[in-house]
Design a protein around this ligand. Structure first.
Ligand SMILES: [Zn+2]
Length: 725
């Protein structure tokens, strides 16, 4: 093929611009900014392609996600049962958009949704659909849910993928809800019954029962099947579209959501050249900072050389349970942009998302442009960098599954959130670290944190012990290590030797308790002997707690700076006095380089947001890390700090979370903070000569002393990214 032919074919949308002709870099390693107009069935009659091409340009995107097939097809498919968009009228909208994108030099990802079909399909292939125990099909409104174990996935979908590739050669594929029925529903179709018997040697479980071997087998079998589908689809797209034609199911940044859908994020990342995140906006419980956390967590699995674009809603997505989503109404720009800034700080690539190709509320068309243009201008600083943190916060999906079980929100998410929010509030950069990657990744940290990580395998515990042996510190809370990888109790903490404390009961920490009116007592003689642990509490002998503790056997030689004060009445006021002002029940145990908190201060902080809890957790981090904190930021405001190095420079993101909608979304107005006094520890290979703000465009006078660079950031409206080098 001549170059001229190639260009003509590419312009006609018949060939993918998969690999850069000059550099050999595949599209998924160079496409940073994405856009998606999620096409409604009405849109084929009103999709103004020239207008959208102009919008693609204005927002500096490099790739588009275009609806192709699945639940609704936007091209004239040869498969009669693939439901055509109601207003398609024979038009090949998907093909036209692909050709337009190609002509504009954009990468194209064809979007599928394989989760369900219309009724005619169900009538023709009843055995391809998920069934309840009664034999009734599982339905989603007027559609029928397909079974992941049926020929729909094994035979039909690969043929649809092939057809789309042959028609228009997309660079790759996305699938919206690819993982089938979620964990709450057991499919009893013939395919499932037969395959489960063949592969797991068991009868499908009757009901949810975490202690039953058959149910556990079913969970594992389901996870395995989703990975098979991932591999199957990739084989299909690569066979028809070449080695770079990858298939990507969408994934959530929430591990609890991933667990619920049997999507093993760690294994998926092993298989992924690029990860597509469907994690569109903040909730009022998790805040914007969750997106920075999601970015770091995902890159910890993927590697920091790969991309993780994330679909970001420009419409009014819900931020609290039960709130309506207004698909056609614009979200205030500040609310959408702050989610983008946090994602970018955590290494996520931005991807605007509109529902529908025609909008009477045109305000959302102005939201992405300034962020995306800024991103384009400074993209070299936003990729291919390594995070710097002294603290690693341990997580694992198995812990969510088998310790969290049906209460993962309270047992797993809440302590993780409380812990990481305390770190953010204290401006201590941290990284999520998967429990299976401790041996590989933990040497970069001074301290590991186990926020009520109940389920840990013997091997994971051994890697934690190894980390401590090499001089690391540990901060652990609650039930950490009391349960094995199936969530079965070990009778005592596997890490009891490190904690210097022994589990009071085999089910300790398993049941999230109701808040009670309890306190913690500071041990007076230890005030001056435990470093920063009790700092800031000089004017109090007690701290609010909220939980319940029983007595616990301790090893000789441990230090107990906090003890438990049992609950007493709150009301009426006359009764609010301590019945038992002092006990020897430990709430915090220091043993060598380990701080163990029987008191679930992380969960309490996640729930109640008490300042004392955040301070205590931050104090423990300073105790654990000592003088090895890499960053100090002084000045008022709530700021999420993300620090990276890239070649011979440091890159510091400061995201200003101080705003008028801190607890009730959305934000409409920015509140600038500053000046901030910043000190960054310089790694040996970084010689700091200047600090430059990529948002303010300001050069900040910088001084270097004892290996630390200091400078002042005058003002931050939404975020600032400072390049130090
Ligand atoms: Zn089934």
């Amino acid at each position: 093929m001549t170059r001229r032919n190639f260009i003509e074919l590419a312009a006609a949308g018949t060939i993918a611009a998969t690999v850069d002709a000059d550099t050999g870099v595949p599209w998924y390693r160079k496409t940073l900014r994405w856009g998606q107009t999620n096409i409604t069935e009405r849109d084929p009659e009103r999709y103004d392609i020239p207008w959208w091409r102009e919008y693609w340009k204005r927002t500096s995107i490099q790739g588009v996600i275009i609806n192709a097939g699945g639940i609704v097809a936007y091209y004239p498919s040869k498969f009669p049962l693939q439901h055509r968009a109601e207003f398609l009228n024979g038009r090949d909208l998907y093909g036209e958009l692909t050709a337009a994108a190609r002509a504009d030099g954009l990468a194209v990802v064809a979007r599928m949704d394989s989760n369900r079909t219309a009724e005619d399909f169900f009538k023709a292939h009843g055995d391809w659909f998920a069934r309840q125990k009664s034999g009734e099909p599982y339905r989603a409104e007027d559609k029928y849910v397909t079974c992941v174990n049926s020929p729909y996935y094994d035979e039909y979908l690969p043929e649809v993928l092939k057809e789309i590739i042959e028609r228009s050669h997309p660079d790759g594929f996305a699938d919206n809800s690819w993982s089938g029925l979620a964990r709450d529903s057991i499919c009893y179709c013939e395919n499932c019954a037969r395959k489960f018997k063949d592969q797991a040697g068991a009868v499908l479980p009757d009901k949810k029962d975490w202690s039953s071997p058959a149910y556990r087998k079913w969970i594992e079998w389901n996870y395995q099947r989703r990975l098979e589908i991932w591999d199957l689809n990739n084989r299909a797209t690569k066979a028809a579209g070449g080695e770079h034609c990858i298939w990507m199911g969408m994934n959530s940044g929430s591990i609890t959501a991933e667990s619920h859908s049997f999507r093993d994020l760690k294994e998926i990342c092993v298989r992924s050249e690029m990860l597509l995140l469907d994690h569109q906006s903040r909730t009022e419980t998790t805040g914007f900072q969750e997106n920075g956390d999601a970015g770091k967590l995902v890159h910890g699995l993927l590697g920091w050389d790969k991309f993780a674009p994330e679909s970001m809603a420009l419409y009014q997505a819900p931020s609290r349970a039960g709130q309506m989503s207004f698909r056609l109404a614009s979200k205030p720009p500040a609310e959408a942009q702050m989610w983008m800034f946090e994602g970018i700080a955590g290494g996520i690539q931005p991807w605007w998302h509109h529902i529908g190709a025609y909008h009477e509320d045109r305000r959302a068309y102005h939201t992405a442009e300034p962020v995306f243009r800024w991103h384009k201008e400074h993209e070299q600083y936003l990729i291919n960098r390594q995070p710097i943190a002294a603290v690693g916060v341990v997580w694992s999906q198995r812990n969510t599954d088998y310790f969290g079980r049906d209460d993962a929100a309270a047992l797993v998410d809440l302590p993780y959130r409380g812990m990481t929010e305390a770190l953010i509030k204290a401006r201590i950069p941290y990284l999520p670290v998967n429990a299976d990657h401790i041996s590989r990744d933990a040497s970069q940290f001074k301290a590991l944190v186990l926020p009520n990580v109940g389920a840990l395998s013997d091997a994971q515990c051994a890697s934690i012990r190894e980390f401590i042996k090499k001089g690391g510190a540990l901060v652990a809370t609650g039930a950490s290590s009391l349960y094995d990888e199936w969530g079965d109790s070990r009778q005592d903490f596997a890490l009891a030797d490190l904690f210097g404390a022994h589990a009071p009961a085999p089910d300790f920490g398993r049941h999230a308790g109701q808040p009670v009116h309890s306190y913690l007592r500071l041990t007076p003689e230890l005030r001056s002997r435990v470093g920063p642990v009790l700092r800031g509490f000089e004017e109090t002998d007690i701290l609010p707690f909220g939980g319940t503790l029983g007595s616990m056997r301790l090893d000789p030689g441990v230090t107990v700076p906090l003890t438990f004060i049992p609950p007493f009445p709150v009301y009426p006021p006359e009764t609010a006095w301590m019945r038992t002002p002092k006990t020897d029940i430990p709430a915090l145990v220091l043993n060598g380089r380990t701080a163990y908190l029987p008191a679930d201060i992380d969960s309490q902080y996640g729930r109640d947001n008490l300042a004392d809890h955040a301070r205590l957790l931050a104090n423990l981090m300073h105790w654990a890390v000592g003088d090895a904190m890499p960053l100090e930021v002084r000045g008022p405001g709530l700021i999420d700090c993300h620090l990276y190095h890239q070649n011979a420079r440091l890159i510091l993101h400061l995201v200003n979370l101080s705003n008028e909608a801190a607890w009730r979304a959305p934000i409409e107005e920015w509140i600038p903070i500053g000046p901030l006094h910043v000190k960054v520890k310089l790694p040996p290979h970084v010689h700091a000569a200047s600090a430059r703000g990529l948002v303010s465009a300001a050069t900040m006078p910088l001084s270097v002393s004892n290996g630390w660079a200091s400078f002042e950031v005058k003002s931050i409206r939404d975020h600032e990214v400072i390049v130090i080098g």
